[in-house]
Design a protein around this ligand. Sequence first.
Ligand code: PLP
Length: 451
Amino acid sequence: RTTAEWKKIDSAHHLHPFTDFKGLTDEGGARLIVRAEGPYLYDSEGTKILDGMAGLWCVNVGYGRKELAEAAYAQMQELPYYNTFFKTTTMPATELARQLVELTPEGLNHAFFAGSGSEANDTVIRMVRRYWALEGQPQRQVIIGRRNGYHGSTLAALSLGGMSAMHTQSGILPGFAHIEPPHWFQLGYHEDPDAFGVKAAGWLEDKIQEVGPDSVAAFIAEPIQGAGGLVYPPATYWAEIQRVCHKYGILLIVDEVICGFGRTGNWFGSQTFDIKPDLMPLAKGMSSGYQPIAAVMVGDRVADTLISKGGEFFHGYTYSGHPVACAVALENIRILRDEGIVDRVRTDTGPYFQKRLRELADHPIVGEVRGIGMIAGIELIRDKARHEFFDDVGKVGTIARDHSFANGLIMRAVYDTLVLSPPLILTHDHIDELVEKVRLVLDKTAHDTGV
Ligand code: PLP
């Protein structure tokens, strides 16, 4: 089939996630990606594209790793499927649980497997509610999340999250509340960042008071808010959040679906920001996206209650602990560790990536460059001196995103923030190429918007 034929069939029959169905068809259909190697994608017309997003923030070891394909093949031949329900297990599932406990912060001694980040977060909600019921406080139902937090697309996960467009389209389940994220550049730029961090964490305490301390079960946040626009926490934020959680005895859930597996230069964002979560959902980088797999790491406080007082927990997925996905995740962890990829992001490529991106702060439409390791946001602004944002929020970001696609770089726009989350295997040369492309995109965008 020709590319045009593929596009026609796709437009006729395939409803894409997070897509304006009609808009896609009007534009001539979806770009057809046919293969990938290292940090590069290739489309059906032979165009080479640098993937500045590692797929959807997930292909941490890059594309084309044969070891991962071989791990899947070997496991499929040995035991392609068996479940972990009803007192059975498989070696890959058991070994993966052991290794995750070893890698994650102290106290997270148990893993519950799922197939996606959304499923992991549904699991979290059920565990939190079960925990409080078993502790004799079933009225503690409310989980507080953050505006623009993203925890998945199922009805429960989107309720946990704070994406207003999703709430508007489907409604939100009862038992969820949201606070503003600590977005210094938008909400506190006239304040000292450390003071702003304490203030932003105080919004959690305000919300707990508003809801009623006896009704609050938990607080959930990503270490760095990703899909909600790369909100990087001020240095004081997480310590203060933890102080508030302790004061009210509420559980702390740290969604590591994006930040996990090396993205911030440590295995987990919780290590980068010195956070001690009670529950930690994982996905994406866990298998570098080569297989759908997720987990919830469960701390001793919750696990002890679920184990000692719980009885049967009526929860699980057909693919919880899927042996092929677990085998691939194990091999992915081996690659990240044995090839020193996580260490390199912390000590070498991460700092270089951040330094080179910060050079773009001199550009007339760049307000702020923020991030750590291999995750970054570039916030666009209309007037730097006056700190004035573009009027039609998201429009300029979309223009920049489109220029990026057209110039062989995948970069995402969240409102007017350009987001980068590339494979962790980028070399200095790759980073130079990426930054050069971003500058070109900024020039073209400034030209289009008359800045
Ligand atoms: N949590 C975070 C922080 C995410 O970024 C995402 C997806 O982008 C999810 C959860 C949901 O994961 P999934 O798409 O695998 O359901």
